[in-house]
Design a protein around this ligand. Structure first.
Ligand code: PHE
Length: 447
């Protein structure tokens, strides 16, 4: 086993860096817009508190006790049938599959950082054609920025836990938090801030369809980086005698505050300048740039800062998406870190190119099946199938398979009265919630 150790603060920043990602700043505001605001946000928040928190502790515990790659950790901790349980550790692979599209989106963000230095689009139709032109025609541009995302992610991974991941997060996370806080303060001084607060926090239950419900629950898991082995592999490098409960609370509060702050300032900006909140994935790439344009010079500065923060959020999550498989190759295949990081990097890089081609007009027809192109499939399969499935397996493993005493030994002292509540959650509530999400997103049940 070649596992290095984080410092305490290094771990917190790295785990928060994994959680705070495109999910918080790009996805959360747009799905809140699409699914109608308050009620959606409430379901998301309740899931984070009542299920996400318990599953995060469970995932941290598997890594922390296993002290090795995910496959090895399940093998080590399963009291019997080790040769079967070890396959659960391959949930780490889904993180790399997420990178098929995640890296491409980080590339778009780089493109928008550069665009922010020039004239921003004045109208929604200008912004739309700029966005569509880039996504559907500009192969070279997308390839270039995807390559940069690949190079940054891989070079951080090559440097390992201490010199790479920890350092990277210790620099980028405080910078990201500062930018988000600054944007929020700026938005608080606008008239539309109260409208944004109402939009996000006053639930309109009529808008809560069963799909919205499932998306909110699924997103709570995705945004907390659960079910993909990322939190697990970082926790394998936790210092001894760590308090997993406190670490989970820190990660969850940071992740939630940043998502809410991003939603609040984005909706304030959009309302202030009369833009549409329900724009879908193009929200930050189409509606927002027109708002920045309307703000004049300060808009360019805000635009640069916003897309920088988004890039930081994406990159710190990207390294955590690939690290589980990198550590697996190191532990199990005896590869050097360099070779492991480059192999996994090239793996998502090549499929990222397929994702780009699946968006490009000239090639998308060959890469589209059943109404979804390769890019959308990569998102759908990972978040609607693999993530809830892995979450379910993990909850069953910790709640029903692992030895009770072993679980209690790391958690009971830090939890006190909460321990039985946690145990009930992980044994019953989390599995039910995850099965519901899976069946719903797969279109098998609707309520
Ligand atoms: N939590 C990240 C986000 O919100 C995505 C992610 C999922 C990262 C799973 C690692 C593991 O964008």
């Amino acid at each position: 086993m070649k596992i290095a150790h984080f410092s305490r603060w290094g771990f917190l920043m790295a785990a928060a860096g994994s959680a705070v990602g495109l999910g918080n700043i790009w996805k959360f505001p747009y799905i809140t817009g699409v699914y109608g605001g308050g009620a959606f946000v409430l379901v998301y928040l309740l899931t984070v508190v009542f299920v996400g928190f318990s599953v995060m502790i469970a995932e941290m515990m598997i890594g922390y006790l296993g002290r090795r790659d995910g496959v090895g950790a399940f093998e080590e901790l399963a009291p019997r049938h080790k040769e079967k349980w070890k396959y659960a550790g391959f949930m780490g692979l889904s993180g790399t599959l997420v990178m098929f599209y995640y890296s491409v989106v980080i590339g778009w963000i780089f493109h928008y950082i550069i665009l922010s230095f020039g004239a921003l689009p004045a109208t929604v139709s200008d912004a739309e054609s700029l966005y569509n032109q880039f996504l559907k025609q500009d192969i070279i541009g997308q390839l270039l920025f995807h390559t940069i995302a690949f190079l940054i992610t891989t070079s951080v991974l090559i440097r390992g836990i201490k010199g790479g991941i920890e350092k990277f997060n210790l620099i980028l996370m405080p910078a990201l938090m500062l930018i988000i806080a600054g944007m929020l303060i700026y938005a608080m001084n606008m008239d539309s801030f109260s409208k944004a607060v109402t939009y996000m926090f006053v639930p309109d239950w009529s808008k809560l369809t069963s799909e919205a419900f499932a998306v909110a629950v699924g997103h709570a898991f995705f945004t907390l980086s659960l079910g993909m082995g990322a939190i697990m592999i970082y926790s394998a490098s936790l210092p001894k005698d760590s308090n997993l409960v406190r670490a989970s609370i820190f990660v969850i509060i940071t992740d939630t505050l940043i998502a809410l702050a991003a939603g609040l300032f984005l909706f304030t900006f959009l309302f202030q300048y009369g833009a549409e909140p329900a724009k879908g994935p193009g929200l930050v790439f189409i509606s927002l740039p027109t708002v920045f344009h309307a703000m004049g010079g300060v808009g360019n500065i805000l635009s640069i800062l916003f897309f920088l923060a988004l890039a930081f959020a994406g990159l710190t999550s990207a390294v955590s998406l690939v690290e589980p498989m990198v550590q697996y190759l190191i532990d199990r295949w005896d590869m050097s870190r360099f070779k492991a990081a480059v192999s996994m990097g090239l793996f998502f890089y090549v499929f990222g190119i397929v994702a780009i081609l699946s968006e490009i007009d000239a090639t998308s027809a060959f890469l589209t099946w059943g109404g979804k192109n390769f890019f959308d499939w990569a998102d759908y399969i990972t978040s609607a199938v693999l993530l809830p499935f892995a979450g379910l397996i993990m909850a069953i493993f910790v709640g029903h398979v692992m030895e009770k005493e072993r679980v209690a030994s790391v958690l009971k002292t830090h939890m006190g009265w909460f321990y039985p509540v946690w145990r009930f959650n992980i044994r019953y509530i989390a599995p039910v919630a995850l099965i519901f999400v899976m069946l719903n997103l797969l279109g098998i049940i609707t309520i």
